[in-house]
Design a protein around this ligand. Structure first.
Ligand code: KG4
Ligand code: ZN
Length: 334
């Protein structure tokens, strides 16, 4: 079954063709970083306009690179939410129209479940159940995943998402947007132990996070120190603190659920310090680790197609009047 995936929830216009829920035939991602860079964050109105400009071309490229024709597509899977409403609407409307024209089903996908499914795009993927740490620009949470369509939220951030904290710290230091990759790069030249930023573990027993205190600690440091000659040490210290907390909470959740498999997904999963720390901690505890390759950590449409496959198998599909959502009230995946 060949599924065309489409993703436009934030600032990436992406399309992919995935076979059987895990074999990626093509994955195209058009990033809008250059559009938002001057503003230090995503400008929703500009994001929608840019999606509109490029979506048709991105989808054609994905189908072409997959080496198939449109009549070999069996379904379309598209991000329905959560995300920026205007941005989501571009992809969702396009997907419904595309599927209607080809007379194939269209299925709406939750973006967060999409990230969790990114681990199934790799040849070595986890069996159920597993504990997933989802760390992106908009969300940070730990989930107990029991099937392709079921997961339970064990804990989440009470304030900023981990990626958001990276972006804000980069912004306060004038390092540009998006901050995660820049901080990782600059940290390579820094000493992660020179400045001891707080590790906000909150109540040590639960799986909740808080990053706003850590972000404020960085702000206080730069307001009270002549930091300009050691920016790499500042960002390396910050990255170390975030990585320590995420690693601790993830492995602790796995131990308390007696689950031997853990996964890290979302844009921040691209961070090599976090990847190293999770792997080292897991090795000491006998846990198996699953982290997608860099291409599938950030927003992409292959993960959306992979998720859509399982929802279609379970009998889901959306109608022409279905709409996008920015958040689902009461949902664990918003
Ligand atoms: O999953 P994603 O592409 O989009 C959302 O769903 O939010 O995640 C984007 C986030 C941004 O906050 C970005 O700064 C962060 O992922 N990020 C990183 C790295 N690459 C991207 N954070 C830390 N280290 C990285 N290498
Ligand atoms: Zn995302």
């Amino acid at each position: 079954m060949n599924i065309l995936g489409i993703e436009t929830s934030c600032d990436e216009t992406a399309a992919a063709v995935v076979n059987g829920g895990h074999i990626v035939r093509s994955s195209v991602v058009a990033s809008q970083t250059a559009v938002h860079h001057p503003y230090g964050g995503v400008v929703p109105e500009l994001a929608s306009r840019k999606h509109l400009e490029v979506i048709s071309q991105v989808v054609s490229e994905a189908v072409e690179r997959a080496g198939i024709s449109n009549n070999k597509l069996d379904a379309v899977a598209v991000t329905q939410g959560p995300g920026l409403i205007g941005a989501l609407l571009v992809g969702f409307s396009f997907a419904k129209a595309y599927a209607y024209a080809l007379n194939i089903p269209c299925v709406g996908v939750n973006h967060l479940e999409g990230h969790i499914h990114s681990v199934f795009l790799e040849s070595d993927s986890p069996a159920f159940p597993f504990i997933a740490l989802l760390v992106s620009g908009g969300h940070t949470g730990i989930y107990h995943v029991t099937s392709h369509t079921r997961c339970e939220l064990l804990g989440q951030t009470r304030d900023d998402a981990a990626g958001e904290a990276f972006d804000k710290v980069a912004k306060m230091l004038g390092l540009g947007y998006p901050g995660g990759a820049v901080i990782e790069e600059i940290s390579r030249k820094g000493d992660p132990y020179r400045i001891q930023f707080p590790r906000p573990y909150l109540d040590k027993a639960d799986a909740d996070f808080s990053f706003s205190g850590l972000k404020s600690a960085v702000r206080r440091y730069i307001e009270t120190h002549d930091f300009k000659d050691h920016i790499p040490d500042v960002v390396a210290g910050f990255q170390e603190a975030v990585s320590d907390v995420l690693t601790f909470k993830l492995t602790q959740a796995a131990m308390s659920r007696q689950c031997s498999r853990i996964a890290v997904v979302g844009g921040v999963a691209a961070n090599s310090r976090l990847r190293e720390k999770v792997k080292a901690s897991a090795a000491g505890k006998g846990l198996s680790v699953f982290i997608p390759s860099l291409a599938y950590c950030g927003d992409n449409a292959a993960m959306i197609a992979a998720t859509g496959y399982h929802y279609l198998q379970a009998g889901h599909a959306c109608g022409l009047t279905d709409d996008v959502y920015s958040k689902v009230p009461g949902s664990q995946l918003s």
